[in-house]
Design a protein around this ligand. Structure first.
Ligand code: UDP
Length: 437
């Protein structure tokens, strides 16, 4: 069909789809990139994913699946750079991508899809030089994060906000996970409504399936009887994993007899500002007097993660900000109800199959968890609805919608004679930043 993409360049500067998600900078974005690239390849669309080389052993190219290449670009020292150091390496990354992208004539892309603002900056240049459309997904936004900071969290710098505004302006199309994120793009970043498309992310419905709770617990060495509460994700203040521990302490305070039948598990590793205090959560468990019921588990690959979801009675997602929350939809696909913060994309991810809690006060969170632990029939009913709800979110559906957005972007570019959507002069003098209050 006219406008159909054949070769797509994805850009993910700061984290590679080959990394294990759940710690450091690897999380939902990595899963999103890997899953959608795999689905695109299954539709005959070749994908090159450009990411930064982070070790001396990293090959120049690696195959993720047939049809998807991960291309490692040298930009700065391999090791020792944090995400915060990367704005200084964007020029080097762009130079690398220019060489890698056009090294042979048939290496011509129909479209660039950039993920996160750092990649958007590179994608802006790449799309302009290759005279193709730029589709951009924010994943998280500085202005949204700064409006919902957790206690002790560091605000996102102004340089990121300015960079995001520029990318919003430069992109032909912007992908939002939810209607709420689309509104944020329009209201906080002055995105043109006609450029924003809502494409919900997905869940691997073959891996995250309901299963026998007892068998999952036995496989993980958990007690077969009793209550299991679970947190999965990167350990940083924004994700509020401390809420799980505080809720557990409050449950035990309310009913000390519960101690023998409660297990609390945290699956994930330190990330972001959590890296400065990697043992803070263990210390909190000690100071709350609950370390005997808490298990800390390093990030696990997804077949094992599915067992953790199945083993749990409830999964808590208490984030302060979340553009969607893949963990919430994965838990539900495994038939486990979610108790989530009423923020960002979580109401969409949870639907009517879980419980949303306003704010981050321990009392209301404990009330919600306690009520569900007491009411097994209601929990089972929510679990059943959770599976149904998650069934609407396969990566195939996400990718179908992405391909449609790609087509619109390609046709839009062709119709405009391949001109960039921004007027060069405005971009150069930074007029878009005028919308920064
Ligand atoms: N994850 C994983 N193993 C772990 C912990 C997390 O594979 O031990 C994955 C999880 O399956 C999910 C992603 O990390 O797909 C986290 O995505 P989410 O949207 O919940 O949060 P983000 O990391 O994007 O903030």
């Amino acid at each position: 069909m006219q406008g159909d993409p054949r070769r797509v360049a994805m850009i993910s500067v700061h984290t590679s789809p080959l990394e294990q998600p759940g710690t450091g900078d690897a999380g939902g974005l990595n899963v999103y990139v890997a899953e959608t690239a795999t689905q695109l390849a299954a539709r005959g669309i070749e994908v090159d994913i450009f990411t930064r080389r982070t070790t001396g052993e990293t090959p120049v190219e690696a195959e993720l699946v047939p049809g998807v290449r991960v291309r490692h670009v040298t930009a700065g020292p391999y090791e020792g750079l944090s995400k915060e150091d990367l704005p200084g390496q964007l020029c080097a990354f762009s130079a690398g991508i220019m060489q890698a992208g056009l090294s042979v004539p048939e290496d011509h892309y129909d479209l660039v899809h950039s993920h996160y603002w750092l990649s958007g900056q590179v994608g802006w240049l790449a799309a302009d030089r290759w005279r193709v459309a730029l589709v951009h997904t924010m994943h998280t936004m500085a202005r949204v994060k700064n409006l919902h900071l957790a206690d002790g969290d560091t605000p996102e710098p102004r340089g990121r906000e300015i960079g995001e505004v520029q990318v919003v302006e430069a992109a032909d199309r912007l992908i939002a996970n939810t209607d709420g994120e689309a509104r944020e793009l329009i209201e906080l970043y002055a995105a043109l409504p006609s450029k924003v498309s809502v494409v919900p992310p997905g869940v691997d419905l073959d891996t995250f399936t309901p299963g026998d709770r007892g068998a999952a617990r036995a496989a993980l060495g958990l007690p077969v009887e009793g209550d299991v509460l679970l947190f999965v994700g990167r350990i940083q203040p924004l994700k509020a994993p401390d809420m799980l521990l505080r809720v557990a302490a409050e449950l035990l305070e309310r009913d000390p007899g519960r101690r023998d039948r409660l297990t609390v598990a945290v699956v994930g590793g330190p990330s972001g500002s959590g890296l400065t205090r990697p043992h803070e959560l263990e210390e909190l468990a000690v100071s709350l007097g609950i370390s005997d019921v808490v298990r800390f588990v390093r990030p696990v690959e997804r077949t094992v993660l599915a067992q953790w979801y199945r083993a749990a009675d409830l999964v808590l997602v208490p984030s302060y900000s979340e553009s969607f929350g893949l963990v919430a939809i994965e838990a539900q696909a495994c038939g486990t109800p979610v108790v989530a913060a009423d923020v960002g994309g979580l109401p969409t991810a949870v639907g009517d199959a879980g419980v949303l809690v306003d704010g981050h006060r321990v009392g209301p969170w404990t009330d919600a968890v306690e009520a569900l632990l007491r009411d097994r029939p209601h929990r089972l009913e929510l679990g059943r609805r959770a599976v149904e709800h998650a069934a609407g979110y396969g990566w195939a559906a996400t990718t179908d919608r992405l391909v449609e957005v790609y087509r619109q972007a390609i046709l839009g570019r062709q119709a405009s004679g391949n001109d960039s959507p921004i007027d060069e002069g405005r971009a150069l003098v930074g007029v878009p930043t005028a919308v920064i209050p």
